[in-house]
Design a protein around this ligand. Structure first.
Ligand SMILES: [Zn+2]
Length: 380
């Protein structure tokens, strides 16, 4: 009997003595230092992918860092990614560092015989510069698409002119148009028009890009080398949707009933789907999971976005508009700049001990569930 075949303890008995609050960094550089230290303390090699041509706000190197915990030749792997949406990495990085520091989690990884691939800050520019986009204004979770087959997004084009502020705060005329749109169509229509992803306006919000970003190339390379296994799970950490501190487990895969069933077998019946209206997310396109399907076509795959709530959606939307205005206006005063960056950080990261403990605990539970599912293929 191998270790992986041995009866596993119930998940509820695997307690952690890690202080989750101490795992979260105060900025990208601090978060990266914590990740590198935690990986090395665990005895792991770190593979670093440096983003060329860009630096952080203090001149620091920007990079995606990868560490693999558990057996390298395992037939199963769990990928954990942070900062797909840049600033959302404050949360995802903390969850990763808390898991790396967690002796009970590491013991459980060994026992289940599953490799855990930590990908820290896959969009380091956005994390460091407190933006949701990559260095080229791309929404990375819309970028994994067939660029030759992209169609115009008419719904976005309708709102582009008033959703992007001409000044900050936005002028009354733009706010009146936004209010009229909300009154006529409702918040759901605005969310769909705004967040689905668009390739028409490179200066716009939720821009999907017209080619594969650097971050996309890196994650594909990581998947090819570390994730081509019989079974593959993926948890991608996000923030900004839903009730504060609550993790929605949003199925991250194509509209495929068998794959959704596998995700629900691993993570529970509360896994939501953008395809049946059960998720708070709109039906977005070009998501990261396409890389798993493309690079690991023979793997039995299931994935989720773990989406943690922060502030109500109107406040998150205002923060996105403000950050976009700042990117387009380098002449902004230092005071304006600091105010917008704080607004953005607060919209995607609730910097309180209670919120950090909540999100780290739910990340841990989801990772343990994935390990149990991956170890058995979902039969127990
Ligand atoms: Zn996100």
């Amino acid at each position: 009997m191998t270790q992986a075949d041995a009866p596993a303890p119930p998940l509820s008995s695997i307690w952690s003595d890690v202080d989750p609050v101490a795992a979260f960094g105060c900025d990208y550089a601090d978060a990266r230092a914590r990740f590198l230290a935690a990986a090395r303390a665990r005895g792991l090699d770190v593979e670093t992918h440096v983003l060329p041509g860009h630096r952080g706000p203090a001149g620091e190197e920007l990079a995606a860092d990868v560490a693999v915990l558990g057996p390298a030749t395992s037939p199963a792997a769990l990928v954990l990614t942070s900062a797909t949406h840049g600033v959302e990495g404050f949360c995802g990085s903390g969850c990763q560092v808390a898991l790396l520091r967690d002796d009970a989690f590491a013991a459980y990884v060994e026992r289940r015989g599953v490799a855990v691939v930590f990908v820290h800050a896959i969009n380091p520019w956005g994390f460091a510069h407190v933006a949701r986009t990559t260095e080229d204004n791309v929404d990375l979770n819309r970028n994994f698409r067939d660029f030759a087959a992209v169609r115009r997004n008419e719904a976005y084009l309708e709102i582009h002119d008033f959703i992007l502020p001409a000044s900050w705060p936005p002028p009354p005329e733009q706010e009146a148009r936004l209010a009229a749109y909300l009154g006529e169509r409702g918040a759901g229509a605005l969310q769909a028009a705004l967040t689905t992803g668009q390739s028409d306006r490179p200066d716009g919000l939720f821009y999907a890009g017209r080619k594969a970003t650097w971050s996309q190339q890196v994650i594909r390379d990581v998947l090819r080398r570390h994730a081509r296994r019989e079974r593959l799970g993926w948890i991608d950490f996000h923030t900004g949707l839903g009730p504060s501190g609550h993790a929605e487990k949003i199925f991250a895969g194509p509209d495929d009933a068998a794959m959704l069933a596998r995700a629900r077998a691993w993570w529970g019946c509360d896994v939501t789907s953008i395809y049946d209206g059960s998720s708070t997310s709109a039906q977005v396109t070009g998501m990261l999971f396409n890389a798993a399907l493309g690079e690991c076509p023979d793997s039995a795959y299931a994935g989720i976005a773990l989406e943690y709530g922060t502030l109500p959606m109107p406040e998150v939307t205002q923060a996105l508009r403000a950050r976009h205005w700042l990117a387009a206006h380098p002449e902004a005063t230092a005071r304006q700049r600091a105010a917008v960056l704080k607004l953005t950080r607060d919209a995607f990261f609730v910097d309180t001990p209670a919120w950090k403990a909540m999100v780290a605990g739910q990340a841990r539970a989801a990772a343990l569930q994935a390990l149990a599912g991956l170890a058995t293929g979902g039969t127990s």
